[in-house]
Structures are given as C-alpha cells and as structure tokens.
Unconditional design. Structure first.
Length: 332
C-alpha cells in the first residue's frame, strides 16, 4: 500500500499547479517520531547506513467512513496490517516482512497518541499496541523486538485503501484456492479476478473462509495483493493522464499519515523517486517466522532462531537466508 501512495503522490505532484500542490500537501497528517521515541533507539549497522526501513500500517479504525466498510461500529482501532519494508542501500531490492497481528510481544513504555505515558506490558497482542499507544508506540515496539531502526512511518486507513483501488480502476489477482468467507460475505472462486476497492478490502482482510481461518493465511493474501497493486501502478500511464493522477494523489494524501520527515508532497515525491528502480515482481515478501504459543495455541510468538536471523539480515542490509523463511506455525 505504501508504494502505491508514493507512486500516486509523485505522479500527481508532477503535473499539478501550485494551488493543487498546496491542497494536497495540507491533506497529509503526521506523527513526530523524534519527539515520541526520544534517543533510546537502535543504531544502524555501518553496512546499512544508506538503506531505508519503512513501517507500513493499515489502520482498521471503524470511525467515520470506515464504519461502512467492514461491519459497522466496532470500538477502538487496530493496526490490521503491519509490514516492515526494507529498501536496500542501492535501491535495487526491497523486502517486505509481515508481522502477524496475533503475535504476542512485549510492549515498551511509550508516549501515547494523546501525549500521555503508556506503561510497558508483557505478552500483549501485537495489533493491540496501536489502540493502546498509537502508531509511534508500534514503531517503538517493532524496534525493540527486532533491533531494526525504523526510518519512516506510513499509515493508511480503510476508506483510503478502497478509494485508491477504485481510482486505479481495480487490481487483478489470481487465486488458486477458493475463498468462502460467510462471516464477511466474500466469495472468490479459483481463477483470475479484477477486484474493485470494496472487494480488494475484503480480499486483504478475509480470514475465516480461507485455509485454516487464521491470520497467517490472510498474510499470504495481503502479500499477494501488495505485489499485484505495485504491478498495477507500474502498468498505468498516470503521467499521460494528469487528471486521474491528481485524483489518486488526492485520495492518497487524505488517507495518509506519515512521520514528520515525509509529511509533505515534496518529501514523498523525493522518496518515491528513489524507489523507482525496484521491480514489483522482484519484491521479496516474507512472514515473520512464528510458532504457536505454548500457553495459548490461538496466539503465536516469534520463532527462534529464524526470527533473529531475519532481523539480523534486515539490520545489516544482507540477503535473507533460507533458514529464516521457515515458520513453524503455518496457515494449514
């Protein structure tokens, strides 16, 4: 989702008049990570100084327009999707690591979204960190569990995701196994399908009607959709259609929250240009290796040594070893 936002903003800004640029710039919300996280943060390895680590969050808040998209009023909010996207120093490769929402983690003390202090807690679900302490607390939790320095944050909400896909005219996916989610009312037979925004949202969120109904199976669908989305952006001639590019950029910026360094159209455009050499077909998508928790089989915990090996490769901007790609907990 993040790269779609970047591509849209870059292309939209390229042909926009100053008044349009100023309007888009004002749409972007931001989080001051520097103030929220302080100085107690991981340092980058010498080999990874020029690499970039981006935390991408998909928010499942049911407020506002989002309430109509996924089952109505539900209290609070969660980081429904979390990806650590590592971009190599030479900007030729990218690795996207999905963190299962049901992973039990130790949450450090954080400065909450409202400015108050949130105390530490052990063995909490990863997706609860967002509702408790906000996106900055998620960044701090990821840094503590991985040792990876997070350079940037990008968060997009449900309504924004739907609008982006619709402005693109849909996204094409191919599924080999049926999806029959009776709870969410979403059915997809094996084959190739063109999904609109609403169905795309259901595709990346479905879990009960796919494989064993767990979050681990859903991660596979999310990673598949991410690659399909990137391909769609690459294939469309948005530069040849300034009006469409502007509509996409407008939807993107309204739905977008970033760290303070990316909170302008100029900064997003510059970052987007730096990633144009990455081919979506070569993006490496990995799920954080996890094992079923011994005390609660409905939850998972990072599996060692696999998780440690994965994070070490990210920290050092090194290839991910095959041994770090095996997860004891599977989707069935």
């Amino acid at each position: 989702m993040a790269v779609l936002v970047l591509a849209a903003v870059v292309l939209g800004g390229a042909g926009a008049a100053w008044w349009a640029y100023r309007g888009l710039d004002a749409n972007i919300s931001s989080v001051d990570l520097g103030r929220a996280l302080g100085d107690d943060r991981p340092q980058k390895a010498p080999s990874a100084l020029e690499a970039t680590n981006l935390l991408v969050l998909g928010s499942d808040s049911r407020a506002g327009d989002n309430a109509q998209l996924d089952g109505g009023a539900v209290g609070g909010a969660r980081s429904d999707t979390a990806l650590v996207v590592h971009v190599s120093a030479d900007r030729s490769k990218a690795v996207a690591v999905s963190i299962p929402r049901d992973t039990l983690v130790d949450r450090p003390s954080c400065t909450g979204a409202g400015g108050g202090e949130v105390g530490p807690a052990s063995r909490v679900m990863f997706n609860s960190v967002y509702s408790t302490g906000g996106s900055a607390c998620v960044v701090k939790t990821v840094e503590k569990m991985s040792g990876v320095r997070i350079d940037h944050l990008m968060e997009i909400d449900f309504a924004g995701f739907k609008d982006l896909v619709d402005e693109l005219g849909g996204v094409t996916v191919t599924v080999k196994e049926p999806i029959r989610d009776t709870k969410g009312g979403f059915t997809l037979e094996p084959g190739t399908h063109r999904l609109n925004g609403t169905d795309s949202l259901k595709f990346v969120r479905t879990r009960y009607g796919y494989r064993d109904g767990s979050d681990l199976g859903r991660i596979g669908l999310q990673q598949q959709f991410l690659v399909a989305l990137l391909k769609e952006v690459k294939q469309q001639d948005l530069l040849g259609s300034p009006a469409k590019a502007y509509r996409i950029a407008q939807s993107a910026t309204k739905a977008l929250t970033t760290d303070e360094e990316l909170a302008s159209l100029t900064a997003l455009a510059e970052f987007g240009r730096s990633m144009q050499g990455i081919d979506p077909a070569t993006m490496d998508t990995i799920m954080l290796p996890v094992a079923y928790d011994k005390a609660d089989p409905n939850r998972v915990v990072p599996a060692e040594p696999q998780a440690g090996e994965l994070w070490k490769a990210i920290r050092e901007d090194a290839p991910v070893p095959e041994s770090a790609r095996t997860s004891p907990a599977t989707a069935g």
